[in-house]
Design a protein around this ligand. Structure first.
Ligand code: ADP
Ligand code: MG
Length: 321
């Protein structure tokens, strides 16, 4: 029912950035090589995501907007073992229940356009289209005013969107991302698979030049990435990105470990730009976390924290020689 979808939406769709995250993840799941994210008024007015991925077959389009219809896995423990980002089959029905959604999608041989508003199907028609999916979400939370009220300032909502797209761009260097807000381009990556170039696309070429490659490993973890020289710092920790098996996650201890790696080289209240790319057995990723929250816990966390900080410390000592 629409009500059940709206309740589910409370978990999945908190703010414009959550819509962006779900739609971009769907594009990545559909093997897109190019994903364009076009935002108006911090996403409250409009969020459009265009991809060149697999598209949805005509006969599957309605199913895609039904809750749980597409659930691919049954337990959270599968979360870090499946290759696809989507697994709940809740995002599209949730979004469509609290917004206006127009989607045109094509597998290459046929295409469909579909229009939902407040969970109601308003229109469905054949649509000739280049392969891929073009989805526009407008009037977010028009029928859930309480949710609208909880939104923060336009700047904060936009910052959240930028953060989401940056993290996905860092997670998928082979996918070319573009983020445009009110016709201003905020991010463009080349999609050539080169993490350093993605970093340059996000933080600027000049900043990327002030970062050094790091690498290290122990029995359980392989670590690669780029960390800023101590001269390149920010006033927030949000520029520290941690990827586990190609997925951006949040983890306080590991973030701290990055900072600790700099030791006294960082001034108080300053934080580096860093991208830490970790590979590990998925079984080491703790499963007892909410799937939409990005915070994860790990078994052997202290050992991993140590690997991160010592690898950074050693690399920065090198640089100064
Ligand atoms: P989930 O991603 O958890 O499966 P969603 O509600 O996000 O659930 O999407 C439902 C289904 O719609 C997906 O499983 C996928 O088959 C299809 N889908 C959604 N977005 C796209 C897209 N951009 N390209 C191709 N298929 C898509
Ligand atoms: Mg999804």
């Amino acid at each position: 029912t629409v009500l059940a979808d709206q309740i589910a939406a409370g978990e999945v769709v908190e703010r414009p950035a959550s819509v962006v995250k779900e739609l971009v993840e769907n594009a990545v799941d559909a093997h897109a090589s190019q994903v364009d994210v076009l935002i108006l008024a911090s996403g409250v007015q409009s969020i459009r995501v265009i991809d060149d991925g697999d598209g949805i077959a005509d006969e599957d389009v309605l199913t895609a907007f039904k809750r749980h219809a597409t659930s691919k896995i049954t337990s959270r423990k599968d979360l870090f073992q499946v290759r696809s980002l989507g697994f709940r089959g809740e995002a599209l029905p949730s979004i469509a229940s609290v917004a206006d959604v127009v989607m045109a999608t094509s597998t290459g041989t046929s295409g469909t356009s579909i229009h939902y508003r407040g969970g109601k199907l308003l229109h469905q028609a054949p649509a000739p289209l280049r392969q891929g999916t073009d989805i526009t979400v407008t009037d977010l939370f028009f029928n859930t005013p309480a949710r609208l009220k909880y939104l923060k300032s336009p700047q904060t909502e936009l910052a959240n969107i930028v953060d989401v797209v940056n993290r996905l761009a860092l997670s998928y260097p082979k996918v070319a991302f573009r983020l445009v807000h009110n016709s201003k381009e905020l991010l463009k990556t080349a999609g050539r698979g080169d993490l350093q170039r993605v970093i340059a696309g996000i933080y600027g070429v000049a900043n990327a030049r002030k970062m050094v490659a790091i690498a290290g490993n122990d029995d359980d973890f392989q670590l690669k990435g780029y960390v800023a020289l101590p001269a390149l710092t920010r006033s927030s920790r949000q520029y520290i990105t941690i990827l586990i098996n190609g997925r951006a996650i949040k983890n306080q201890q590991l973030t701290k470990a990055v900072i600790q790696g700099y030791g006294s080289k960082l001034m108080v209240g300053r934080y580096p730009i860093a991208v830490i790319d970790l590979r590990m057995d998925p079984l080491l990723v703790d499963v007892n976390v909410h799937p939409t929250k990005q915070e994860v816990r790990l078994s052997k966390e202290p050992a991993l924290a140590k690997l991160i900080s010592t690898t950074i410390t050693a690399r920065l000592a090198d640089v100064n020689l």
